[in-house]
Design a protein around this ligand. Sequence first.
Ligand SMILES: Cc1cc2nc3c(=O)[nH]c(=O)nc-3n(C[C@H](O)[C@H](O)[C@H](O)COP(=O)(O)OP(=O)(O)OC[C@H]3O[C@@H](n4cnc5c(N)ncnc54)[C@H](O)[C@@H]3O)c2cc1C
Length: 471
Amino acid sequence: MTNKPIILWFRQDLRLSDNPALDYAAKSLCPIIPIYILDVRANIGAASKWWLYHSLQSLVQSLNQKLSFFIGDPQEIIDKLIRENNAAEVVWNRCYEPAVIKRDKGIKEYLKNQNVQVKSFNSALLLEPQDTLKEDNTNYKVFTAFYKKNYLQGNSKIRLPIAKPPNLNLLKIESLSLTDLSLIPKIKWYKNFEKIWQPGENGAFIALDKFLAKGLKGYKELRNRADLEYSSKLSPHLHFGEISPNIIWHNICSYSQKHGYDVDAEHFLSELVWREFSSNLLYFFPDLPQKNLQQKFDNFPWEENNDFLIKWQKGMTGYPIVDAGMRELWQTGFMHNRVRMIVASFLVKHLMINWRRGLEWFHDCLVDADIANNSASWQWVTGSGADAAPYFRIFNPILQGQKFDPEGNYTKKFVPELKQLPIKYLFSPWLAPESILAALNIRIGIDYPKPIVVHEKARQKALAAYNAISV
Ligand SMILES: Cc1cc2nc3c(=O)[nH]c(=O)nc-3n(C[C@H](O)[C@H](O)[C@H](O)COP(=O)(O)OP(=O)(O)OC[C@H]3O[C@@H](n4cnc5c(N)ncnc54)[C@H](O)[C@@H]3O)c2cc1C
């Protein structure tokens, strides 16, 4: 053991609990230099930048203001810091986005050639992609088989969380400040976010506790209801690594054993495994955000229609459940999972707009924007992905609204211009009798848009296009 400092590079692991790289550095007893580098090449959406700023602010506090900030090329920055601080080792937790894997491999190799020790750890996934292969050493493309083989035999393979190190010998070095990273977007559309979210490790634990107390019981049945709070809202916390999936996994298991919520817990854990499955797909198909997994979709006749795209983005399609979802996204940085499926299906099937346009908008607007989950999910909805929903399953936005927002509370919240409309007409306001609309002062086409496409016609057109690529 030398007493030279260790550089601890924080990335998507913005927490102190169950942080293997931090734990390793703390156990070395050497001084630790915690750093955060904003990689100039990273493509971070605007809503995610807002989250990242606040998450880093919270981490700075947890580290007693001893986090140092840099912007630029991580290899150059780390190289310089090693020389300036006479550091002997660099440690980090691994990320699984293709560009980051490539970058990190390069940095590792470079540092090893300079005789600097480098160690990396898994902190983001329950199991890493190379540990979940089939007998024949290829990766799973079907979720159920992936889940059963790797995650179903109890918790045995899922390691227990590591406790937060009791003492940290931290060293602050000269650096930029968090504000210098210019993460807070210039356009202040995010002002509601502050009321809804608490980024950072404490916020993540509060979300977990709230979910255990109020959301887990009934999760399996009620998680699809857009008007109820039966999902954990842990996704942004997971994306930024403010809480580990292991902490969530083991807390859910012990809580459900104690209270007998087995069915709900099992379902929730399977959703966490969808996250793992998406990371797996991205790991083994690095082109997932750009290329159709099923090549037949390369010939799909997507339509360029900027007018429709903008109406979809603004929540002005004339289909209230779609518009509610798109406005929820804009106003809160989040969208309920069921509604994500409805709006995504509407974009690719009713409007026949390329799924990549939807993915880009989600990437910019979601606080939980995650390349793996986002691209796997868009391809899943489109039907072009692994184990995907069949293309011919085209959601009817009227029926979906009635089913998953039965009292209309979600839709009325985000589409307040229709809030007086009787539930019978809420999801198809253009069918409401003139007398009702007039009494409520709602002019379809003026106060709320007419549907931009007719459901049945759009459905037939999408099916014909699909059949043409399927022959
Ligand atoms: C078109 C589309 C795009 C999506 N884009 C993203 C994205 O960019 N980032 C993202 O985290 N999720 C994405 N999802 C998946 C899912 O909608 C969110 O993870 C979920 O809504 C987050 O809410 P929650 O934390 O309350 O979920 P819960 O129901 O509480 O689930 C717990 C956790 O499991 C994981 N999870 C749940 N559902 C899925 C899923 N279908 N796929 C992968 N992981 C899942 C998430 O990490 C989530 O936090 C997308 C889904 C669709 C249909």
